[in-house]
Design a protein around this ligand. Structure first.
Ligand code: FAQ
Length: 309
């Protein structure tokens, strides 16, 4: 082991942060690029199912709140792309990987939002799951990623409240509204649990990512925390979790679920979910439409550089 590797191992062992200029193993760099860019893509693609309801939000207030939330997601994507860039990959490369299907984004965003209650379920369950995962990532070993997570988590808390507020108004509204809330829960429950990734036994990156403290807790551990936190919230709403095997284990003090449909998960991850093609097509079209903005920004930056020189 050379002195660089020794210094890196010490940073990890002492729970300090790895910074962009520090030496790091190539696999550490690549694993971070993979995870952070996938995270960034999720934030950006995740704007689409919510954007679907911007022009149909039921009041001016709900429209303003939803717009603010979607703009926050764009901001999260931008921080995260910038974080990944500190590891030596360009934004253009990351976008190309997303559009070609080489890079993944969270499976959850390949499901459609067919009613206003779905916007409630996305905020409550999807942002709720994202917070559980990201609070843990505040302690990740790569410094810029960890610091981005602190800011992002503050905003995700507001997002979760936004979703739960919609669920409350629908679950305590008319019988028809309650039915819509239940239907949204039925469709989003299992996909939200799958956001945490496969079971630990099938998580290929778990061992190395935990050893390097990129991941601080395992997929199953975080999923269980989310389930324990969310079941009482559903009970308060008077809604039923769509799992007839769900039961509370008095001994462990945890909610136990039935088995998940992992075939569906892998099918969606491989690109065959209900909206995969639509999401990527929309991204490609928007990226092309906005080419002039990138060109203008690059021309402005070049002009400013000339003036400074
Ligand atoms: N979807 O070995 P592992 C948000 C892939 S939050 C698609 O366990 P790892 C906020 C995985 O990449 C959502 N693919 O992998 C928001 C790997 O394939 P690869 C985003 C998945 O990385 C709310 C393979 O399976 N959050 O966007 C998924 O150690 C509302 C084996 O899996 C993050 O990205 C999945 N669900 O653990 C925005 C958090 N799960 O890459 C808008 C950061 C697994 O070898 C609206 N990421 N795979 O080809 C992580 O914490 C981790 O990457 C995990 C997966 C936990 C997602």
């Amino acid at each position: 082991m050379d002195k660089f590797e020794e210094a890196f191992n010490k940073i990890i062992e002492k729970d300090r942060k790895v910074e962009p200029r520090d030496w790091m193993p190539e696999k550490y760099r690549q694993t971070n690029i993979r995870q952070i860019s996938q995270h960034a893509h999720s934030e950006i693609i995740g704007m689409q199912p919510e954007g679907n309801w911007l022009l149909r939000a039921p009041s001016l207030r709900s429209k303003q709140v939803l717009l603010a939330k979607i703009q926050d997601e764009a901001g999260h994507g931008l921080y995260l792309y910038s974080v990944a860039e500190t590891l030596g990959i360009s934004r253009q490369e990351m976008i190309a990987q997303l559009q070609s299907g080489e890079a993944k984004y969270s499976s959850i965003f390949n499901y459609p939002t067919v009613s206003w209650a779905d916007i409630g379920a996305v905020g409550w369950l999807v942002d709720g799951a994202a917070i559980v995962n990201q609070v843990s990532l505040q302690r990740t070993s790569y410094g810029p990623y960890s610091r981005a997570m602190v800011r992002i988590c503050k905003e995700e808390s507001f997002h979760q409240r936004q979703g739960y507020e919609i669920m409350c108004s629908m679950a305590f509204g008319t019988a028809e509204q309650k039915e819509m809330a239940q239907d949204a829960l039925n469709r989003f429950w299992e996909p939200a649990l799958m956001m945490f990734g496969p079971h630990d036994s099938d998580s290929v990156h778990k061992g190395q990512s935990m050893e390097w403290k990129i991941k601080r807790e395992s997929n199953d551990h975080l999923r269980q925390r989310f389930i324990d936190r969310t079941v009482p919230q559903a009970q308060y709403l008077g809604l039923t979790i769509p799992d007839d095997q769900l039961k509370f284990n008095e001994e462990t003090q945890h909610w136990e679920t039935g088995p998940f449909n992992w075939d569906e998960f892998w099918n969606v991850v491989k690109g065959n979910g209900p909206c995969n093609q639509e999401r990527i097509d929309h991204h490609i079209a928007a990226h092309k439409d906005n080419e002039w903005v990138r060109e203008a920004a690059a021309a402005y930056a070049a002009k400013t550089e000339l003036e400074v020189a």
